[in-house]
Design a protein around this ligand. Structure first.
Ligand code: ADP
Ligand code: GLC
Length: 482
């Protein structure tokens, strides 16, 4: 039995801010249980979902030195859908209202978490062959392992993988502060290790010291080796290109299934969507106070409201789109204040055409995936993207920019060969996007049969974990020399 430990800062169903949580929560279930014992370790946030918080079982606790502090490390445990989850408890660090906030505090919090992830292993008696680290919050795990832990017999030979879900966030602060917080000595703060552009960089530490690096789509794996997408680390990623691979994310086909989804009023499948899907549209129009009319072309957006997702393009053309086209637009998201306010403004301005829902809601997100005709995701960059996969699963046609995982998962409509599962455009340009939305609207109103055939193809596309989980298994085997 090969033992794998996932270390991450968020995970469905306990705590989620974005796609990372979906991946960490769904991938371990997909490994072949005869060969892999995959467990997950997370922070025990005060703000995690209440119903799970009460079910955690206390295992043990001890005190750990980190930087100039001596900190409490509690270990809790639970089982969920056949997977063992460990939680690191420390109220000093994890009692905030949200998992992330002030960056300096986050750097200290996740340095603590990373060291604690290693320190607890002998206590719980679980020695993973591979620690699979996700994003900058766990970037110090390979570093600490190399620094001190490898010296002990228990840890010797443990391998690490660093998976990049988003290269934009790296956990950066000045060297002096990072040294103080982490307790790492001068040796680590040179440009070939944790130092980048004179600062200390936690993700870079992970990328330098991990045995292998992955990211969440093939195209993003190529893109991050270029200056435009590389966020300052492209040279390092080029240098490590032999150890870097792209493995596309999947989604949980049980949680996201229009035939059994508890959040939607009218379940449907690939056979009856022509009759049933639009009932969900009417129900949502009613719920959100939009004009109730099944013929309206309804566009959905479910997203963190940040620059990454292309909201500046949307802001340029929103008025033009709403004043010239017969559309309805439903937004669900939270994030940067300027985008939250922008959508509130458009909601006020376009009354029963636009509905802005500036909050987080699992239920409403499912209703949007089910009810809309199209889903807009014009990202500036997108490591993989899960929302477009959820849309495809619900027969909601994605309109995307050709970047990262969006390029790898949405096949552009080809009207001559009747192929494709969505619409896409290449350049990061607002009018190129608007032209593509208009093209989608024309196909929807003028060639309904063609549109429905595209929905057939979208719903038949398979983005469950099957293939990708096997690729991770192959990589684990390869790293362990099988
Ligand atoms: P990212 O991880 O960059 O945010 P993804 O497309 O990979 O983008 O994943 C986003 C996930 O977060 C999806 O599961 C999406 O449904 C969910 N999501 C984003 N914003 C909200 C929200 N306001 N309410 C509910 N779910 C949301
Ligand atoms: C990140 C990326 C997103 C990806 C998700 C899960 O948040 O922005 O593209 O789907 O991680 O890997």
């Amino acid at each position: 039995m090969k033992k794998i430990l996932f270390a991450a800062s968020e995970c469905v169903p306990f705590i989620k801010t974005g796609g990372l949580a979906d991946v960490v929560g769904s991938l371990p279930k997909e490994f072949d249980k005869r060969y892999f014992d995959c467990r997950v370790i997370l922070p025990k946030y005060q703000c995690m979902r209440e119903e799970f918080k009460n079910k955690l079982e206390y295992i043990s606790h001890f005190y750990m030195d980190i930087g100039n502090k001596n900190q409490y490390v509690g270990i809790l445990k639970t089982e969920y859908e056949g997977i063992t989850f460990y939680f690191i408890d420390n109220e000093f660090y994890f009692s905030g209202q949200k998992p992330y906030g002030d960056l300096l505090w986050d750097v200290e919090k996740f340095a603590f978490f990373s060291k604690a992830c290693l320190s607890v292993l002998p206590v719980i008696g679980f020695r993973p062959e591979i620690i699979h680290c996700h994003d900058w919050q766990t970037g110090l795990i390979p570093v600490y392992l190399n620094d001190s832990f490898q010296g002990g017999e228990f840890f010797r030979g443990i391998k690490t993988i660093m998976t990049i879900h988003n290269l934009k966030f790296q956990g950066v602060w000045d060297v002096k502060t990072i040294k103080r917080i982490t307790g790492l000595n001068d040796y680590y703060f040179t440009p070939d290790k944790l130092e980048a552009y004179k600062d200390g960089n936690l993700l870079k530490g992970g990328l330098v010291y991990a045995d292998a690096i992955t990211t969440v789509s093939n195209t993003y794996a190529e893109e991050i080796k270029t200056a435009f997408y590389g966020e300052g680390l492209d040279a390092l990623l080029r240098a490590r290109s032999n150890d870097l691979r792209g493995i596309l994310n999947g989604i949980d086909y049980t949680d996201y299934n229009p035939a059994t989804d508890k959040h939607i009023k009218y379940p449907y499948d690939a056979k009856n969507f022509r009759k049933e899907k639009f009932k969900n549209k009417k129900a949502l129009q009613e719920e959100l106070g939009l004009e109730v009319n099944e013929r309206k072309f309804m566009i959905g957006i479910v997203s963190r409201l940040t620059d990454q997702k292309g909201f500046d393009l949307i802001s340029y053309i929103f008025d033009e789109l709403c004043s010239t086209e017969d559309v309805q637009i439903v937004i669900l998201g939270t994030g940067e204040e300027r985008y939250e306010n922008m959508f509130r403004h458009f909601d006020w301005k376009y009354g029963n055409k636009v509905s802005a829902n500036i909050y987080y809601s699992e239920a409403l997100s499912h209703k949007i995936y089910a009810a809309c005709d199209a889903f807009l995701m014009p990202s500036l960059f997108e490591p993989c993207g899960l929302s477009q996969l959820m849309s495809l699963r619900y027969g909601t046609i994605p309109i995307v920019r050709e970047t990262g995982g969006l390029k790898d998962t949405v096949e552009p409509y080809n009207e001559y060969e009747s192929k494709g599962t969505g619409f896409s455009f290449k350049n990061y340009n607002a009018h190129e996007m608007l032209g593509t939305i208009r093209y989608a609207i024309r196909v929807y109103y003028d060639r309904k049969r063609e549109w429905n055939k595209m929905v057939d193809r979208a719903m038949a596309a398979d983005f469950s974990w099957g293939v990708s989980a096997k690729k991770y298994q192959e990589m684990y085997d390869w790293m362990l020399g099988y």
